[in-house]
Ligand binder design. Structure first.
Ligand code: RNT
Ligand code: ZN
Length: 419
């Protein structure tokens, strides 16, 4: 009997079907964020900096500096990840002739290399307008700017991004999530909290009114809230309340970033609440340490509970699982791999939850049994199920894959000039 066979029996005794869990895991892609590979720099200029409260700290050597380095790194990471993947792009990663177009004039033609690459790999794409790291975002306002000309530039950039997304989706026959996040806000107490929010709502209306024609079905609009940023401590225009209201009333997807709430808030608890009102959920799986620090995702309780809620709530078909962390202080390939494998494990753990027993205990008022189930279940041999998943996908198991990162670091990363 293999370790997996015996684990499967153990789970079966708890009323849990491990084979079915692995089948669903195989149908749950994780959207890999391209920006972990270069600290959110993008390809527009070599010394790119996210700015606007989006801070990658650290200067570990070996970061990707162009399309070929970034895709090489992504391929290395993908070779260490069991299960389906997507690539999540920011507009600032335009490759082809991008220098000739400002962000409001970008088209799918500027992303031809990414399209070919995604096609070759059989991956889906997700997309983000980049409303930061640009001279017209330098004063901290974009879609809510008081100057109509600046607003128009960012509206046009978001419209261009939706068109690019829909074109990617159509070419790949696989819908693309376009997620709008803006940095708008103020360092100190603003006099007018309402005006920028009225302008943001108007800008979003203009963006979503843009016609995508026959490719509209290949674009899924999402909006992402934030609590605060460095330098934007007192007021964030696109707060949670703003976007929850907007997403519910306009029926667009809501993005919940795990780092965008007060540290003691439970993002897991929000999921069933918002899913009653919005059509789809985009998760930005991240880990805030004291603030929205975007640390590498751990298999910690907040991450586990978030994916648990997605699974047991029956929300997987309406949920897009994306990553959003960037740690420039450690090996970036390892960071990507650790955070993604932990996200995949959190999905698996959600799929292995003893939900029927838990609800039976709850419905019979046996709260002690419910607690015992939650706690005893933690020691079930889920690691053997994860190992089986890795082996089925011909991927290295836990404790083994880091050697492959070392080899890649030695042969590839160490050749990059800043080392
Ligand atoms: C910023 C948001 C946003 C970005 C990426 C790069 O606080 O989380 O999602 O991290 O778009
Ligand atoms: Zn995010």
């Amino acid at each position: 009997m293999t370790p997996y066979d015996s684990a499967r029996e153990r789970f079966a005794a708890w009323g849990i079907d491990a084979d079915a869990a692995l089948t669903t895991l195989d149908a749950t892609p994780i959207s890999l964020h391209c920006w972990q590979g270069d600290d959110v720099a993008g390809f527009e200029n070599a010394s790119g900096n996210a700015g606007s409260g989006c801070v990658a700290t650290g200067n570990h050597p070996g970061k990707a500096r162009n399309f070929s380095e970034l895709t090489s790194d992504l391929e290395q990471v993908a070779s260490l990840l069991p299960g389906p993947l997507r690539i999540n792009l920011h507009a600032s990663y335009a490759t082809d002739n991008a220098a000739k177009a400002d962000r409001d004039a970008l088209t799918i033609a500027h992303f031809g290399s990414w399209l070919d690459w995604a096609k070759d790999r059989g991956w889906g794409v997700d997309f983000n307008p980049t409303c930061f790291g640009h001279s017209l975002a330098a004063d901290g306002f974009t879609l809510s700017h008081r100057d109509p000309a600046v607003r128009k530039f960012w509206i046009d950039h978001c419209i261009a991004s939706r068109r690019i997304a829909a074109a990617f989706g159509e070419a790949l026959n696989n819908p693309v999530v376009t997620n709008i996040w803006i940095p708008d806000g103020t360092k100190d107490r603003p006099a007018d909290r309402l005006g920028p929010r009225e302008r943001l709502a108007e800008s979003l209306d203009a963006i979503f009114a843009s016609d995508l024609g026959s490719s509209a079905a290949f674009n899924i609009d999402a909006v992402e809230s934030k609590l605060f940023g460095i330098g934007v401590e007192s007021y964030t225009v696109g707060s949670h309340e703003f976007y929850l209201g907007y997403a519910a009333s306009h029926q667009v997807a809501l993005c919940l970033d795990a780092g965008h709430f007060h540290p003691t808030e439970s993002v897991a608890d929000k999921i069933s609440a918002v899913m009653l009102h919005v059509p789809r959920l985009l998760l930005h799986v991240s880990r805030g340490v004291r603030w929205d620090s975007d640390h590498v995702v751990m298999l910690d309780d907040p991450t586990r509970e978030m994916l648990h809620e997605v699974v047991v709530g029956g929300f997987l078909p309406r949920t897009h699982v994306g990553l959003d962390f960037f740690d420039a202080s450690i090996n970036r390939i390892a960071a990507w791999t650790i955070g993604t494998r932990n996200t995949q494990k959190a999905v698996l753990l959600g799929l292995l939850a003893p939900q029927s027993r838990l609800t039976a205990a709850e419905n019979s008022g046996d709260d002690a049994r419910r607690l015992s189930l939650f706690e005893d279940w933690r020691s079930l041999p889920w690691g053997a199920v994860w190992d089986e998943h890795c082996v089925r996908h011909d991927r290295l198991r836990d404790g083994e894959w880091m050697n492959a990162v070392d080899a890649y670091t030695k042969t590839v990363l160490s050749g990059r000039s800043e080392l």
